[in-house]
Design a protein around this ligand. Structure first.
Ligand code: ZN
Length: 187
């Protein structure tokens, strides 16, 4: 079993994967469970990390690169070479905190758009790592938010679907040439 190896945190002139944008239907189809964590999954994770670092992101989900798989990558401290990125395969949220918090979010699939989203402050998530080992993680703050945002992508949900301030949503999307009709508000 080949290890993933360290992925260099740098900007590539030509990232290996193409990111898809709001309005593209690949972002709306639910991702499938990964049955076996093999080298092709590790290669996908590596290329997703390279693409994420090249785009100044802190998270990326497989549907954003038109891959229908339950895989997300996260690095909340991309400037710090010592901070290990997280690779979550088939993630499942086991518990949410009762406390909610508001914070601004952005998304590599909706470049330029930043809006406030309300989410549970803390979560516990179960997933498989890049070696296929089951893991559990308690997260709060930015990491909790990043995991919830990326996991939404696996269900075809985008952060703009959760924005409550309709006026700000319309203004911000229009300003960045995205169609408000591409939003599917979450009940
Ligand atoms: Zn996103």
């Amino acid at each position: 079993m080949a290890a993933l190896g360290a992925v260099e945190k740098k900007k590539l002139e030509k990232p290996p994967l193409e990111i898809h944008y709001l309005g593209d239907r690949v972002l709306r189809s639910p991702a499938k469970r990964i049955a076996k964590v093999d080298n092709s999954v590790r290669q996908l994770a590596r290329e997703m990390l390279q693409t994420m670092y090249s785009s100044d992101g802190i998270g990326l989900a497989a549907p954003q690169v038109a891959t229908n798989k339950q895989l997300i990558v996260i690095d909340c401290d991309p400037e710090n070479p010592a901070n290990q990125p997280l690779i979550l395969i088939n993630p499942q949220i086991k518990s949410y905190s009762k406390e909610l918090c508001d914070a601004q979010e952005g998304c590599l699939s909706i470049p330029g758009v930043y809006l406030d989203v309300t989410r549970p402050q803390a979560i516990e998530v179960a997933f498989k790592d890049e070696n296929g080992r089951p893991r559990r993680l308690k997260a709060k703050g930015l990491l909790s938010r990043a995991i919830q945002h990326e996991m939404d992508h696996l269900s075809g949900v985008l952060f703009v679907d959760r924005v409550r301030n309709e006026l700000a949503l319309t203004e911000e999307l229009t300003k960045h040439n995205f169609s408000v009709n591409a939003v599917r508000p979450v009940a």
